[in-house]
Design a protein around this ligand. Structure first.
Ligand code: NAD
Length: 498
């Protein structure tokens, strides 16, 4: 089902460098598709080395010569609050464009737009509340930490919730006084071009924010290898993270890596099963299943297994799939035909590996576009590919377990370690499991609701480093230790023997 085309789409998507919208130096462009038809609806400038060079130079100038890094935190905070206001004022337009470009259901895209505003508000507040360590050695020394922005931050983002994930990096990078070059995902460049107008209206000086569109292997790669960009914050696939890690190594860059996931949702028989059902269905089918923290492996205690699988399949069959711009839609169209083929490939693999209990086909009546039925596989063995590999679509693997030990072994038996969801009313079991599960983030009797002050990040192949709250401030700043003597200096006197 095609979506209604939003009014006033731009005629093309450009870069934004040093306060101006520009095409690529060599004029190169790439096609951008609408996911409900897979028709090309716009051309975007395809950044190459030369465009990244210009953006990095503008950002470098704005850092060394401009006012931004030297502003008082309160002044930057005011600008960040204005950015949040401007995002809130246009949240519906933002959601409309995001839905058009990504295929995400409109109600969920609206939630993501508001979260983007909240990210700016949060870091605006945090930066004025920032305090740093001071240590005293009584009568001898005072030591304090001098926190400084690092310079030009390279931000590389994925397509699943583009604008929100960009805000997650832009807000702390700018709050701490850095200047930035953003390289958004090539499947979904539309909403990123709104940043330029928002930042300008909020009073961000030219050159502080630079945007270069383009493919990962060209624009992204040039940013990673740029000598004047000392840190890279990357969110994307684990495999891409490995490539970036290697490419950044010769430059010894600061790296933050938010990578893939295959998170377990563990349902014990003593849990509130209705609440667990609501959360585990939402956990894998919201955002079209294109969610890094999706609970895409549901592990269920055997005594309630058949009942739970039956109820789960029933819910999945009733999930409303359709036009992403319809507020009744729960699952929209997957982002791009390449990704759609990947997800359908896993559905076919799953049919040979496990028991299909819901979905597995293109929904009836949706002949064009990247639509797939919410798909549920039961009796999935831990060695199955659909248990081990990130599918990043509305596909879930359900597996039974007989004991806490087996549940833990299953939960930890993959290369990823991003999130875990645990459903039980036994306090001791909940905390023991949380302690032992290999996941950067754990939710007990809850779906994915995150307090922005908490650390965000994964372990194992799901990431390196943590952002969130003060950890983001730490990533985007250097902490210089300053030591002051309170006494006469008593240095050993070298060179006085003659
Ligand atoms: P991807 O790795 O294909 O691309 C992410 C970004 O990296 C894009 O902007 C892309 O152009 C760029 N890129 C690709 N190759 C590059 C290279 N060689 N050098 C520099 N940049 C390069 O990921 P995707 O398909 O866009 O996103 C989906 C993935 O993101 C999933 O694995 C998902 O789990 C993960 N993700 C993780 C989190 C998290 O916080 N952990 C959040 C959202 C998505």
């Amino acid at each position: 089902m095609p979506q209604p085309t939003p009014d006033h789409l731009p005629d093309r998507i450009q870069h934004f460098i040093d306060g101006a919208f520009v095409d690529s130096v060599d004029g190169a462009t790439f096609d951008v598709l609408n996911p409900t038809t897979n028709e090309v609806y716009i051309q975007a400038a395809s950044g190459q080395q030369a465009d990244i060079d210009l953006a990095a130079a503008a950002a470098r100038r704005a850092f060394t010569e401009g006012p931004w890094p030297k502003l008082l935190p309160r002044a930057r905070s005011r600008v960040l609050h204005r950015i949040a206001d401007l995002i809130e004022e246009q949240d519906e337009r933002l959601a409309e464009l995001e839905t058009w470009d990504t295929g995400l259901p409109i109600t969920q895209a609206l939630g993501q737009a508001r979260r983007a505003a909240e990210n700016f508000r949060f870091f605006a507040d945090l930066i004025v509340a920032q305090r740093d360590d001071t240590y005293k050695v009584p009568g001898r020394q005072v030591n304090y930490v001098n926190r400084k922005p690092k310079g030009v931050a390279g931000l590389i983002t994925p397509w699943n919730t583009p604008f929100m994930l960009e805000s997650w990096k832009l807000a702390p990078a700018l709050a701490t006084g850095n200047t930035v070059v953003l390289k958004p995902a090539e499947f979904t460049p539309l909403s990123a071009s709104l940043w330029a107008g928002i930042f300008r209206a909020a009073g961000v000086p030219d050159g502080v924010f630079n945007l270069v569109n383009g493919l990962g292997e060209t624009a992204g790669d040039a940013l990673v290898k740029h000598p004047d960009v000392p840190l890279i914050s990357f969110t994307g696939e684990s495999r891409t993270g490995q490539v970036i890690f290697a490419n950044a190594a010769p430059y010894l860059k600061g790296l933050s890596m938010e990578l893939g996931g295959k998170s377990p949702a563990v349902v014990f028989a003593d849990a509130d099963l209705e609440a667990a059902l609501d959360a585990t269905v939402f956990g894998v089918f919201s955002l079209n299943g294109e969610r890094c923290t999706a609970g895409s492996r549901v592990l269920v205690e055997r005594s309630v297994y058949e009942e739970f699988v039956g109820a789960y399949a029933e819910r999945a069959r009733n999930v409303v799939v359709g036009d992403p711009s319809d507020p009744a839609t729960e699952v929209g169209a997957l982002v791009h035909p390449e990704h759609y083929e990947k997800v359908l490939g896993y559905v076919e693999i799953g049919k040979g590996e496990a028991r299909l209990v819901a979905g597995g086909e293109r929904p009836a009546g949706l002949e064009d576009g990247n639509y797939v039925q919410p798909t549920v596989f039961a009796d999935v063995k831990p060695e199955a590919r659909i248990f081990q590999e990130e599918i990043f679509g509305p596909v879930v693997a359900i597996t039974p377990f007989d004991s806490d030990e087996e549940a833990l072994e299953l939960a930890n038996g993959v290369k990823y370690g991003l999130a875990a969801y645990i459903w039980t009313n036994d306090l001791r079991r909940a905390h023991t499991f949380a302690q032992n599960v290999e996941a950067g983030m754990v939710w007990l009797n809850s779906n994915n609701v995150r307090d922005l002050r908490t650390p965000f990040g994964g372990v194992k192949a799901s990431g390196l480093g943590h952002e969130g709250g003060y950890r983001s401030i730490d990533f985007y700043t250097d902490q210089q230790a300053v030591h002051i003597s309170l006494t006469d200096a008593h240095s050993p006197r070298f060179g006085t023997s003659k």
